[in-house]
Design a protein. Structure first.
Length: 89
């Protein structure tokens, strides 16, 4: 369920700068082996799309790094820094 939520949050996408997304996807895909992202490319696409929609990818990356691989912590980070946070402003 959490993996599905994050997949919907990150979606599919393109554009924007890849630096913060690379770090974020390293954490989610390689370190945590997070099931929402079966490949590094799927994570990066979703991250770049979210960034183009106003998500604070740098903040999200820092938050997820602090959360470690705790799924509930990762979800909380997406609420604070993801697209839904950008649309609440």
């Amino acid at each position: 369920m959490i993996a599905t939520f994050l997949f919907m949050l990150f979606g599919c996408g393109e554009t924007a700068e890849a630096g913060a997304c690379e770090s974020l996807c390293d954490q989610l895909v390689q370190t945590c082996e997070f099931g929402a992202y079966p490949t590094y490319e799927s994570c990066e696409q979703g991250c770049l799309f979210d960034e183009s929609k106003g998500a604070d990818v740098s903040g999200l990356d820092q938050c997820i790094t602090k959360a470690g691989c705790d799924e509930f912590g990762i979800v909380e980070c997406t609420h604070r820094f993801g697209v839904t946070a950008a649309s609440d402003e």
